[in-house]
Design a protein around this ligand. Structure first.
Ligand code: FHN
Length: 436
């Protein structure tokens, strides 16, 4: 691996400063939309439906033959993302089933061969760029359709026992698949203008799946950097080395406990999350995150220096689920007043003690500390150990001033230590007219 790492170091000689500058927009923007959309959306039962339900190619073809998203309106999607406070979007150009939402000249298994007939990715790019959002492409390196792609344990055609793998793969040539992979990555990074992010998915090195040698990861990463020098790439090509390969790590669906590190150094990260557990549209999914869980997910991620890529799974007709729309709209209401506590923010210096039931985010450029109160205290709020560190305080909702009282202030019902500070919060009066 030392040789491989040495090789990777030659992918490009970018300094730490240059990498920071290249990623500055992403580190600032913090919040993006993930979009899982494809022919599996017609099944309305998860993007892995073909494998999970062992659907034959012949039966799965019915989804291709009936893909005609009459309600597909990427302009509406873009406005929804923007109103939610999202600054970038990453769409599945191809998922594991091998079907492309773009007009590829290397396959017939594509959106332009369906009743819809148009390049859906082109329309997505135009709509989201028009709303000022950055463009990201998800591309599955896994491909259950390609005839040269060798069958492994997560493939829909995986045999029951191991001895059959040799037989079923004897005529398959991953070298030809690597060529296809390179050609399609070239297409998506050449035919749609500037692409800001590439989200490749995914490697299982070892006997259950595929890794860097199967994909030709180092060569592929060099190609990506050549085609789109400013692009940001995730960590799923099984390339070992953060310095020589990928840009950010991708904790998925779980709660990140602390800022991820590589060789002891904090590294860029983005958690990808769903509303309901399923990435692709799943009509009957019931476990939806509520508004507070979604906001805390975003605040907590930023408080640990990370981004959130929150997924929507549009329906087979091309509409974003009404539940997702409602959730995004409520997040947008919050982001309208509190976006400044998210954009350009990161982990607070550890000199600040985190008050009970709160989360801190911090903007190092403006030197602003943001205290997110997860449950509204009545009027007083004590900041431990912050005496002399807080010069001025405002209530973000309406920028009304928060009075800072010294530790022995009259309101201090609780014993306040010398170095504590007491805040009197503006009591948000209910805006209801009380009849006289
Ligand atoms: O198998 C995929 C899954 O369908 C989905 O696309 C997620 C998104 O991060 N990635 C893989 C699972 O990690």
């Amino acid at each position: 691996n030392l040789n491989l790492i040495a090789q990777q170091k030659k992918i490009w000689d970018e300094t730490e400063q240059e990498k920071t500058e290249r990623m500055a927009w992403w580190t600032n923007d913090r919040f993006g939309m993930f979009i899982h959309w494809g022919i599996y959306s017609l099944a309305a039962r998860h993007e892995w439906v073909k494998t999970r339900e062992k659907i034959s190619d012949e039966n799965y073809q019915k989804y291709v033959d009936n893909f005609n998203p009459d309600l597909y309106n990427p302009k509406e999607w873009a406005k929804l993302a923007k109103a939610a406070g999202m600054k970038y979007a990453v769409i599945t150009t191809k998922h594991h089933d091998g079907f492309t939402l773009f007009d590829s000249k290397y396959t017939e298994y594509k959106v332009t061969n369906t009743p819809y007939g148009k390049d859906a990715i082109k329309e997505f790019v135009e709509a989201f760029r028009a709303e000022g959002l950055k463009i990201g492409f998800y591309y599955s390196i896994i491909d259950w359709k390609h005839p040269e792609y060798t069958i492994d344990r997560i493939h829909p055609l995986a045999p029951k026992n191991d001895k059959d793998y040799k037989t079923i793969n004897k005529d398959r040539d991953m070298g030809k698949y690597r060529e296809y992979l390179k050609n399609q990555v070239t297409e998506i990074l050449t035919n749609y203008g500037q692409v800001d992010m590439l989200w490749l998915d995914y490697s299982i090195p070892g006997k259950n799946g595929k890794g860097k040698d199967d994909w030709g990861s180092v060569e592929l990463m060099k190609l990506i950097r050549k085609l789109q020098p400013g692009i940001i790439v995730n960590d799923r090509l099984d390339i070992l080395d953060y310095e020589g390969g990928w840009d950010f790590t991708t904790p998925e669906q779980f709660k990140v406990s602390e800022w991820p590190t590589y060789e002891g150094k904090k590294i860029p990260w983005e958690t990808c999350q769903t509303f309901s557990g399923s990435w692709g549209y799943y009509r009957d999914e019931l476990t939806w995150k509520d508004n507070k869980q979604l906001l805390v997910l975003l605040i907590e991620s930023v408080s640990k220096g990370g981004n959130v890529l929150l997924n929507v799974g549009p329906t087979g007709r091309g509409e974003i689920d009404y539940r997702a729309k409602k959730a995004l709209s409520k997040m947008g209401d919050w982001m309208k007043y509190n976006g400044r506590a998210i954009y350009g923010c990161t982990q607070a210096p550890d000199t600040f003690q985190v008050p009970d039931n709160s989360i801190l985010t911090y903007n190092p450029t403006t030197n602003r500390l943001y205290i997110h109160l997860l449950d509204y205290p009545l009027e007083n709020f004590t900041l431990k150990g912050m005496k002399g560190k807080i010069k001025y305080a405002q209530f973000l909702h309406d920028m009304s001033e928060i009075q800072i009282k010294n530790p022995h202030g009259a309101w201090g019902k609780k014993e306040l230590a010398e170095q504590d500070v007491n805040l009197r919060l503006p009591v948000v009066k209910p805006n209801i007219e009380i009849p006289v």
